[in-house]
Design a protein around this ligand. Sequence first.
Ligand code: GLU
Length: 456
Amino acid sequence: MIHLAHYAPGFIAPVVRFAPSPTGRIHIGNARTALLNYIFARKHGGKFILRFDDTDSERSTEEYALGIEVDLEWLGVAPDAKFRQSERSALYEAAARRLRETGRLYPCYETPDELERKRRLQIARGTPPIYDRAALTLTDAERAAFEAAGRKAHWRFKLEPAVVRWDDLIRGDSHIDCASLSDPVLVREDGSFLYTLPSVVDDIDSGVTQIIRGEDHVTNTAVQVQLFLALGAEKAPHFGHHNLLVGADGQGLSKRAGALSIASLREAGVESLAVAAMATLTGSSIAVQPVHSFPELAGLFDLSAISRNSARFDDAELRALSQRVLHGLPYDSVRDRLAAQDIVGFKAEPFWLAARGNLTRFSDVADWWSVVEGDVTVTALPDELRAAAVAALPAEPWDETSWGVWTTAVKEATGLKGKALFHPLRLALTGRESGPELAKLLPLIGRARALARLGA
Ligand code: GLU
């Protein structure tokens, strides 16, 4: 039985990593892993590493790697360090050599067809389809014959038939009996590495203390724990396996990953804080709720809140959450985004506070800004109302009470009240059927523009 030390929070500053393969853009499910790690690092004063698992040189691209960096930045995840596995093959070669020398990595010559045949036979016999380790009994002469025949070896890691037990940060006491696993292939025929060995080598080299990842990696954990020890690590890191996000239909996200890619959500105008909150809080005991800053989200969340059930994720809920986030964003957090739309100056802050509650997407601000500062097509008032409205318009300076003063006077002059009064005035001032409170908009529109729109 292999036991791992229990993690004592606060004992040492954690080092965690997010390790995507740059073979596509990340979706909300990957973002969940990144965010759980990042929040964990931030809460415990630790370090967050972005590692690109790009040993698959055919499918990995620079473009995807850069895209993932953009996506993470947008989500508010700022790595303390980053590196690529493709730059580190010398380390992996050295580790493979060490394993060969200690008899833990052995050459195998079976073709995929031969392996498949063995597997079918085992299933037919009712035995578990585990690699039979036939290659371990090959003689030097047999190996030489394979090589002479042009076969190249792939290399398997010899597992100890032990139960690996760990105290999972999320799932609690966990174990896997390695006797029920095939010896995993670490090195392909062409000498390239599969994910397992480079990952462990880097985790050791980077001093990773916690590995927080999806529960689809639970079996890998057993193998990797053995690999950590075989490569001379004093102990394996602490592991935490989070539940995976599934769609409202209960299906995994990968098939619909395109629509739920971080890039496409951003392009659709979904707020990054809504994506971050949803990716983090879904499937936890903490209600999915709007947050207005990253520290607020980090403060809400704790790994122990993650549930063991799958985490059902609903697009419609995300859109609704995005609006709720938007409606509460303080001016300071959107100042730059407003400036990028030329919404600047002394009106920018009161404008934002007036308009935010009416936005579906942030980009809607441009339209409301044109109501305040630009030319809009308005609906003319009936003559009698226009005359009264123009006559009663108070002198500036205006504040939020000016609207009340004005409309009370217009009401007295015309006898109109309620919707019959307010609706035509709104149409005349904004050209919109509905929108932000006019008490807030009127001072921003200003007297000169208001008079022009009223047709004075
Ligand atoms: N590249 C692996 C993946 O994306 C990393 C898994 C891990 O965190 O160890 O699944």
